[in-house]
Design a binder for this molecule. Structure first.
Ligand code: HEC
Length: 113
């Protein structure tokens, strides 16, 4: 029994090493890839602090950043990009920021940098 618990603990700990917000990544893949490249590359546009500063303005900060870009706004104003999806995206971007220590690897959701 003890061994099982230990194995479980190790499994959970090692999974955490690769933890990122997979729902947020999905949102990124749908809306941002075409202009900003792969999810991890996109998240690494900024550090944790920079993302937090961007999001400090408002939870819809990503939209605000693209106000003057008509093509981007058409994509970002899609009804798919709900408040909830925006908050998933925020978690992904901050969690996988340049200095967040996330290690891109292969799992069921994503493979590569
Ligand atoms: C249609 C193309 C397009 C789409 C889609 C798009 N962007 Fe952008 N994004 C741009 C352009 C163009 C800029 C302005 C680049 C600049 O001025 O350096 C920009 C700027 C940004 C910036 C500011 C860059 C900086 O240096 O601070 C961030 C952050 C950003 N985008 C994130 C996103 C995220 C996240 C998504 C998906 C929700 C997204 N973008 C979707 C085209 C796009």
């Amino acid at each position: 029994m003890k061994n099982i618990l230990l194995a479980l603990a190790i499994l959970l700990a090692s999974q955490n090493l690769y933890a990122y917000n997979s729902k947020g990544m999905k949102v990124y893949k749908k809306l941002c890839v075409s202009c900003h490249g792969s999810p991890f590359r996109g998240a690494k546009m900024h550090t944790v602090l920079e993302w937090e500063m961007i999001y400090d303005e408002s939870d819809t900060a990503i939209k605000d950043l693209h106000k003057s870009d008509k093509e981007a706004m058409e994509i970002l104003n899609d009804s798919y990009f709900t408040k909830k999806k925006q908050s998933y995206l925020k978690k992904f971007l901050i969690g996988s920021a340049k200095d967040a220590g996330s290690v891109p690897g292969c799992d069921g959701n994503y493979c590569g940098y």
